[in-house]
Design a binder for this molecule. Structure first.
Ligand code: R5P
Length: 314
């Protein structure tokens, strides 16, 4: 077994808060690192202490703008050139993941391109959280640990009973995620919203599969972006007789207009995580934020000690 040096935590500017929380969980100081700008706006990074022979973990979500991805790539390059023994890119929110196949003519497979960039920059491993599609792991030729936020949600939603509560997948793609949550919350029954996207950024409900009348529902998704998926699903479920609607989604992007849409939707509570920073003015009134730092910190520790990471989800 190759032995690596100490754990060293670095981050890009947008995941600084998460790095500090993870450092606190691991009872250590983050490594000294500066992310700044040249006069023309180009990004400049410098690691301010020796990481030679160390086990480096770079925490950075890659939501827009693309500067976040660029910071990650530059930090990986800097760490490799500073002779880190191993570099793990910890990407709580993996951006560009929704374009993961060529479903129309003349479109890129953006997730594959991003995987190539991260690998070419020199990452030895990747840790991520609720990756939009499992198959993206195969876009890398290095180990990828895809963590699930469901154990964190499980600690929050403690009062669910199979007689009164149901899990809802807001589209077919979310079925596996919803099943996992249903199992974690006590083998709850499952319903499915048959959602279609007539165009990017829009959503319409065609059908609801399962009897939701009188039930308290938890809609489970990985991402909330425009809020369309959740808002139209919530409306259709209420019209189908649901008693109450709550939402659990790992990554709250809340792009422009999402807050208003979700504030006006028949939703009691939207529970997200701090996988990426969400400013107060962007998040819906009923949003609750759960902390992923202990889960990421534990995954980092286990990776460093060459212990099982999948054991975290059982
Ligand atoms: C789609 O496949 C994803 O799982 C989410 O449902 C989607 O990205 C949410 O986007 P929006 O909030 O814009 O409907």
């Amino acid at each position: 077994m190759i032995m690596h040096g100490e754990i060293k935590l670095l981050s890009g500017s947008q995941s600084h808060y998460l790095k500090n929380k993870i450092a606190k969980y691991l009872d250590m100081e983050p490594a000294k690192c500066e992310v700044s700008r040249f006069k023309d706006g180009e990004i400049r990074v410098q690691i301010k202490e020796s990481i030679r022979g160390d086990d480096v973990f770079i925490i950075q979500s890659t939501q827009p703008p693309a500067d976040n991805l660029m910071e990650l790539l530059l930090l990986i390059d800097a760490a490799k050139r500073a002779s880190a023994s191993r570099v793990t890119a910890v990407i709580p929110y993996f951006g560009y993941a929704r374009q993961d196949r060529k479903d129309q003519p003349r479109v890129p497979i953006s997730a594959k391109l991003v995987a190539n960039l991260i690998q070419t920059a020199g990452a030895d491993r990747v840790i991520t959280l609720d990756l939009h599609a499992d198959q993206i792991q195969g876009f890398f030729d290095i180990p990828v640990d895809n963590l699930y936020a469901s154990p964190i949600f499980k600690k929050y939603f403690t009062e669910f009973e199979p007689e009164t509560h149901m899990i809802v997948a807001p589209d077919v793609g979310a079925t596996k995620r919803a099943r996992l949550m249903a199992r974690h919350l006590g083998n709850l029954p499952l319903a499915l919203v048959d959602k279609r996207r007539p165009a990017p950024n829009s959503a319409e409900v065609v059908n609801i599969i399962g009897d939701v009348s009188g039930m308290k529902l938890l809609i489970v998704d990985d991402i909330i972006d425009t809020g369309n998926t959740i808002a139209v699903a919530a409306q259709a479920l209420i019209e189908a007789g649901a008693a109450e609607i709550r939402v659990a989604a790992t990554h709250g992007l809340f792009s422009d207009g999402a807050k208003e849409k979700l504030d006006n939707a028949p939703i009691e509570e939207i529970v997200i995580t701090n996988s990426l920073p969400v400013s107060e003015d962007k998040r819906p009134r009923c949003a609750i934020i759960l902390d992923v730092a202990p889960l990421l910190g534990e995954a980092i520790l286990r990776t460093h000690e060459e212990r099982s990471v999948s054991a975290l989800f059982i």
